[in-house]
Design a protein. Structure first.
Length: 733
């Protein structure tokens, strides 16, 4: 869901951001500054009421008598707000970093608006509450179940007793006394953590909430307000090259890089810095040098949407392959325009039309065939078509009107970073806006420092780097994470303060991360208006089942939620599927397939809901039930162990016995088993025998060999995985 920031809204309404913040606050929409984002509901509520109150001023002093009347009125139903708001509302499709969305969800949406059963207070009611307001920075208002307004103090993860006292307006001696009561001996200058503060506060009858570090940081960064159109200049497009393995991504990037090397520069290019710039017809294009959709989605998952255009490479002699489809779905999920480069046209078996034909099935239809996708036949080897490809990139970029203000403190994204023995932390940054300069103080996540030296993509020392320029910088104190944003700030102190603030908050941030989408929680998300799109990734054993599932699931779309199949493919669930789900807040449905190595662990870490089914109907029913809030899974499958088939034996009258090695967990005779070949479930059933050498065994542990027979299945093959599992009942929630 895209959220709108105050400055976007201000720009649209042609009002000053600061004024708008005041208006929003007066409407009980607790925004702090121009960087604050509104939830969709808040935006709708605002639009509805702003239009009405416009001109009257939000203070509403003219109608004090009505205060009582309004309060007694039946609460305005959110549905009504929705209907009215949509009439005049322009779509505001601003892409926004995921981290920001999360921060927003955490602070504004859930706490102040959605959980409250009452509708937002009307501007009339607010005016009264204003009188009660104390220090604006320390408090925010919170509506309880009754009409009384509660004041909530915002407390950081760690706070000194003295500061805490000031924030909650209670004498520090009182706090020290309470702390002693809790067995905590702390002086006025000592710090207590948020949890302790919370206990003390509740004993004193004061509500506290954890400060939102990113909002504070936004304030410290003093990010420029809306950019004046006149300050904006064209910036070069940033390109990521994607495609199936061996279709020529790396060759294409290398060929493009060499194309741009003029004679005198030749030999000058010795290093790769994670991104490079080329010039064609005097226009620059930036290429991200880590090709592939995995890297792209990993970046997106971290909140970085740096790619303006995706080039999808398809080998003309091979055609559309599984990762071609995967790549195009990753680009689509990120709403990035796609240009198709049909590569290897020099090869004898090249058939560009076949590629075009195959891609029509995925709604990429060539312009010459009546569609709107640009296809460029190229050869990374002979360099044929490369100029046309670059021209087409510029053409698509022109439509996008990519602009940035070069005259401001720089911000952008970390593309890559490492620790170099001789040079210290080396980070490749892609400037997104502003101009980065040697000597600038920068901060990225918890890493900060002053730029000691800056090198361009050709390894040359440079003093400045403008929008869309990749540079390598030296001077950061620790290795920042790829995909993290960086900001140049006014001085070292600010950079350090921001990094420190983040470091202390890091733990809580992780814990407080808003829950990603899961079928179990789906209905709650829908009810709270947080979900309008269910993004699903389907992996199946054969194309037919993927297609059938896709169509049936898409049919579940109703007025409230749309079911989007963002990717569907044949084969095991992969890490890249999990990353796509994580970056798109989606869930994964596997039909007759199993997750590949480490995939379960990754899904768990990223909290991606990964569901595996053997019956199509079950998958559809689960999603359907989840949409209605009726999902009540009663059984959960528990995998207990896996064995690898090393050898097979034919035993007369018994059938095939697999000589296995237990690779993890343990296999018990009572377990059910499934046979997995190349990530696909080929059989599921019962065990007929489990033996250690000649003896029957109850169970065999990891690291031991055993013989396994599977009921009614004699097609066991070397290399198969035998997975042992049981079904466990789980309590309804
Ligand atoms: N004939 C011909 N061969 C090409 C062309 N482009 C790439 N190749 C060859 O195809 C093979 C794979 O190319 P890569 O550039 O490594 O492909 P890739 O997509 O980057 O592969 P991964 O990095 O493994 O995903 C190499 O042997 C290249 O030499 C081309 O235009 N024509």
């Amino acid at each position: 869901m895209n959220k709108v920031r105050v400055y976007d809204l201000a720009k649209e309404l042609n009002v000053n951001s600061k004024e708008l913040v005041k208006v929003l606050n007066s409407m009980d929409i607790p925004v702090k500054n121009h960087m604050s984002a509104l939830t969709e509901q808040q935006e709708k509520y605002f639009r509805n009421n702003y239009n009405k109150s416009q001109g009257e001023s939000p203070k509403q002093e003219k109608t004090p008598v009505k205060t009582v009347e309004k309060k007694e009125q039946a609460p305005q139903r959110p549905e009504a707000v929705k209907e009215k708001a949509t009439e005049g509302a322009k779509p505001l499709a601003k892409p926004q970093a995921k981290t920001e969305q999360k921060a927003d969800k955490k602070k504004l949406g859930k706490k102040d608006f959605r959980k409250s059963k009452k509708p937002p207070v009307t501007p009339v009611a607010i005016d009264n509450s204003k009188k009660e307001k104390k220090s604006k920075s320390a408090y925010k208002k919170k509506k309880g179940e009754d009409e009384t307004e509660e004041l909530v103090a915002m407390i950081p993860t760690a706070v000194s007793v003295g500061d805490f006292a000031v924030k909650i307006n209670v004498p520090s001696t009182e706090i020290i006394k309470k702390l002693i009561g809790l067995g905590v001996m702390a002086s006025i200058n000592q710090e207590i953590d948020f949890e302790t503060a919370e206990v003390v506060a509740s004993e004193l009858g004061v509500k506290i909430e954890l400060e939102d570090v990113e909002e504070e940081v936004a304030e410290m960064l003093n990010v420029e307000e809306e950019e004046d159109e006149e300050n904006l200049i064209h910036r070069p497009p940033v390109i990521t090259v994607m495609g199936h393995v061996d279709h020529g991504k790396t060759s294409l990037l290398d060929a493009i890089r060499k194309t741009s090397v003029t004679a005198k520069e030749a030999g000058g290019i010795t290093q790769h810095i994670g991104a490079y710039m080329v010039k064609t017809n005097d226009e620059a294009i930036t290429f991200i040098d880590t090709p592939g959709h995995e890297a792209f989605t990993a970046m997106r998952h971290r909140g970085a949407s740096i790619t303006d255009i995706a080039v999808l490479v398809v080998a003309a002699d091979d055609g559309v392959m599984p990762q071609t489809v995967e790549a195009l779905n990753h680009a689509r999920a990120a709403k990035v325009p796609i240009i198709v480069a049909i590569n290897k046209i020099d090869k004898p078996g090249a058939n560009p039309d076949k590629v075009k034909q195959e891609l029509t099935e995925y709604n990429l239809v060539a312009e010459e065939w009546g569609g709107d996708t640009i296809f460029v036949p190229v050869s990374a080897m002979t360099r044929e078509g490369l100029d046309t490809l670059l021209e087409m990139i510029l053409l698509v970029a022109e439509v996008q009107e990519l602009k940035a203000n070069p005259d401001r403190l720089s911000k952008g994204t970390v593309i890559d970073a490492k620790l170099d023995k001789g040079r210290g932390v080396v980070a490749t940054l892609l400037v997104n806006a502003g101009t980065l300069r040697v000597g600038d103080s920068v901060v990225s996540g918890t890493s900060y420092g002053k730029i000691r030296a800056m090198l361009n993509d050709k390894g040359k020392k440079v003093k400045t780097a403008g929008p869309s320029t990749p540079v390598e910088i030296l001077g950061l104190n620790e290795v920042p994470e790829a995909g993290e944003e960086f900001y140049a700030v006014k001085d070292d102190r600010t950079a350090r303060q921001i990094a420190d603030k983040r470091r202390t908050h890091l733990k809580e941030q992780k814990v407080k991360r808003s829950a990603p989408l899961s079928l179990d929680e789906l209905y709650n998300h829908i009810k709270q208006g947080e979900v309008q799109d269910i993004n699903i990734i389907i992996k199946g054993d054969v194309q037919g089942s993927v297609e059938a599932l896709k169509q049936s699931l898409e049919k579940l779309t109703n007025e409230e939620v749309r079911v989007n199949i963002i990717h569907g493919g044949v084969g095991a669930v992969t890490e890249s599927d999990v990353m796509l789900a994580a970056a798109s807040n989606g869930i994964i449905i596997g039909f007759n397939v199993r997750p590949g190595n480490n995939v379960n662990a990754l899904a768990e870490r990223e909290e991606v809901d990964l569901r595996l089914y053997r019956v199509i109907y079950d998958a559809i029913a689960d999603v359907e039930q989840a949409m209605k809030g009726m999902l009540a899974p009663e059984y959960k499958e528990v995998v207990l162990g896996t064995a690898e088939v090393r050898q097979t034996f034919k035993v007369p009258n018994i059938g095939t016995i697999a000589g296995c090695y237990v690779t993890n967990g343990k296999i018990a005779r009572s377990n059910d088993v499934r046979v997995i070949r190349d990530g696909i479930v080929v059989f599921e059933g019962k065990m007929t025998s489990l033996k250690r050498f000649k003896d029957d065994a109850k169970e065999v542990a990891q690291g031991y060999e055993c013989g396994i027979g599977v009921e009614k299945y004699n097609d066991l093959k070397e290399g198969d995985q035998i997975e042992a599992f049981t079904m466990e009942e789980i309590a309804r929630t």
